[in-house]
Ligand binder design. Structure first.
Ligand SMILES: [Zn+2]
Length: 341
């Protein structure tokens, strides 16, 4: 999710590179988010539909007058200033899924229709790298261990998570992670005239797609198409996996109450028997959050059943301490919330 091609500027990536990187990663879908252009329609020109067995959604990354940026899925086929007004009368299916991008810089949190927050962005994370220190790490390890390099510099996005936690206390909000893949993040050493002496590209699509992914939960009797995919994201039926640490497939966060079972993204009514059920594919450290605060942390577990006695917004982060210091305090999985009402 959150991929740019050559279409919106800032990137040199071609469709062929993106498709082959998706295939190399065995991805089932890629969500394109092209920047708008004045003279042509990037959403209708970018990858859309199925290519080489991968579903592509043609989204846009928008920038408002106040600098706020959002991802809009699908994108604006015909960008018009009246677009928002037109949408008001249309059905839910026609309204794009709007995700707050770069939440640390976002201002208009009260805006109607925000479906979620991009709590992690590979590009934002990469900007924190100290270039001189990174340069030698990159020289040494880039070819053999691009994931290890990312592990070294990847940090829990504390501030974005805090802002998203706040948003979830106002209304339901889906957390997403963005690869923000441009195929052009580089570390370079320049001489005093600004001439590049050595330039190294850090984010070819294939590496970027391996680092962090959206894992989406779609009912088994439904097919994976754009409508079902976007409905699942809007509903929070999805979680963030830092797949470069380990495959998080099999992670589950659910709630049960009065014989009813709900999954992440859903609301459930508090009752005497309400429980949260957490399962991870390997033993891990499970942290359960309520309204943004850790209420339980347990190491070495792969399943957990927690009785709930208070209403609130509950979500889970999972860590892999067995990977050592490099992965400590860096989440492997970030779930979406269950809203106990
Ligand atoms: Zn972007």
């Amino acid at each position: 999710m959150h991929v740019h091609s050559f279409l919106g500027g800032h990137s040199s990536g071609t469709f062929s590179e993106i498709i082959s990187a998706a295939k190399a990663n065995e991805l089932q879908f890629v969500i394109m988010t092209e920047h708008l252009e004045q003279d042509f329609d990037t959403a209708s020109m970018t990858l859309h539909g199925e290519h080489a067995g991968v579903l592509f959604v043609n989204g846009n990354e928008l920038s408002n007058e106040n600098g706020d940026r959002t991802l809009e899925l699908p994108g604006r086929i015909k960008p018009t200033p009246a677009g928002a007004a037109e949408l008001q009368g249309s059905s839910q299916i026609d309204v794009p899924v709007t995700i707050v991008a770069y939440p640390e810089e976002f201002k208009e949190w009260q805006k109607v229709g925000l479906a979620g927050v991009e709590v992690f962005n590979v590009y934002t994370n990469a900007r924190r790298i100290k270039p001189v220190v990174a340069f030698f790490d990159v020289l040494w390890s880039r070819r053999s261990y691009p994931e290890l390099l990312f592990a070294l510099y990847y940090e829990r996005p504390n501030e974005s998570l805090r802002l998203w936690d706040q948003a979830t206390t106002r209304s339901r909000s889906t957390a997403t992670a963005g690869n923000d893949a441009h195929s052009n993040i580089g570390v370079s050493l320049r001489d005093s005239s600004g001439k590049t002496l050595v330039g190294i590209q850090l984010d070819p699509y294939e590496v970027s797609f391996r680092l962090v992914r959206m894992h989406v939960l779609i009912e088994q009797n439904k097919t994976l198409n754009q409508e079902n995919l976007l409905a699942a994201i809007r509903s929070g039926h999805c979680f963030i996996g830092f797949d470069f640490l380990s495959d998080p497939t099999g992670f589950s966060f659910a709630a049960e109450s009065q014989g009813e079972r709900k999954i992440q993204g859903d609301e459930i009514t508090l009752d005497a028997d309400t429980r949260l059920l957490i399962q991870t594919p390997v033993p891990s450290t499970i942290r359960l959050f309520k309204d943004g605060n850790v209420m339980l942390g347990e190491t070495g577990a792969s399943s957990r059943s927690v009785p709930v006695t208070e209403r609130g917004v509950y979500r889970v982060e999972v860590y892999l301490p067995q990977l050592g210091n490099l992965a400590a305090e860096k989440p492997w999985i970030i779930s979406n919330p269950i809203y106990v009402r």
